[in-house]
Write a protein that binds this ligand. Sequence first.
Ligand code: G6P
Length: 464
Amino acid sequence: MASRNGAAQVLVASNRGPVSYAVGEDGSLHAKRGGGGLVSGLSAIGSDADALWVCSALSDGDREAVRRGVGEDGVRMLDIPADVHADAYNGVANSVLWFVHHMLYQTPLEPAFDAEFRRQWTSYETYNRAFAEALAEEAAPGAAVVVQDYHLTLVPGMLRELRPDLRIGHFSHTPWAPPEYFRMLPDDVAGQVLRGMLGADRLGFLTQRWADAFVACAERFAGGLGGTRIGVHGLGADADFLRQRSHEKDVEERMAALREEIGEGRRTIVRVDRTELSKNIVRGLLAYRTLLDSHAEWRERVVHVAFAYPSRQDLAVYRDYTAEVQRLADEINEQYGTPGWTPVVLNLKDDFARSLAAYRLADVALVNPIRDGMNLVAKEVPVVSDAGCALVLSREAGAYEELGEDAITVNPYDVTGTAAALHEALSMRPEERAERAKRLAAAATALPPAQWFLDQLDALRAER
Ligand code: G6P
């Protein structure tokens, strides 16, 4: 795959890269470019810049692409052995670090850091080392490297040893756990994670709250920050892209289909998530059921459009959670549905155009995560919705710090409170809703992805 061999001036490292491959029936490889803030952020540095994105080969198609030497310019995929990757990604990153930072453990039973975890941890080290070595090989003298997320916490420290000349940044897209929760990790593992991160010149977080939590952990368990600086960069929605993309033909077609499903003259409560434990989809459905129960006037007059796209399906807890979402949606439909009205329109098949169609039709957006680094859906819906939607927002989402004033905020554990918030949102006068949505959209797009990335790069280059 494309390599800059010691010539890249700007490098990004992340587990999931900007492109993935599938093998067609005839054996040919098909590339699919991902969306998301990081992809559009990186495109800000231009295609002719000496930039390189180092990522993992995730699918069989990706591995085949590496083997055949097929690839996009500016992207290098690492073919880490599948079992090592699975241990690092599923075992450590998504079952342990993700759970710690989102405080998802049901602690009477989990976690239990046993011999299997220790084996997985060794794989996590190996996987991080593969990234550090590839970055060391590709970076030009004094180049800037921005490492992304909890998959790669050890990379900054490892890279610092290999290449002391580099400017190294790390950015967390997740929350950071408070010390009392973080200390659940075995002491040596916690120490390695913190020291790995502190190998960076700069650490970036999405909100002050997550930055403060990291600093508190570093002070308590690693003797402080040393020379590492902390920056807060709140990634925003990409307004230009969203407004243009949401008016394309495929989105209009899906709007027509959705309108049919919803039915004439009904309000819509929209949510779009990965089917992810932290997103709190089940309590969202319980709140909707409570709304139908306690405010009978909304029966037949509202539809909950819930798109919950498959995520991390190698993990049983995610599969079980998906099944529970499906079960509860069916139950609500059975309990309240009438021949002309389906109370919950649930869809589990990923379709970006249909998500945008739902955004455009939204009267209310429901974003109620247990904890979330930022949550871009909260920022995207007010930008895209045709009539200006009301936003019901968890106070535990990073986006709350920027959008809290004009959203109706909820404690994500409070099902009754969330039902009351849905009622308030549905009852809001249209003028007030539109005004609030305008202010929400302005706040949501204050730091578009390109600027978000360039700000970090500038700050990193200004260090030392
Ligand atoms: C979160 C993480 C990202 C990750 C994404 C999707 O936003 O911060 O690093 O890429 O979830 O999860 P996945 O496991 O599918 O890459």
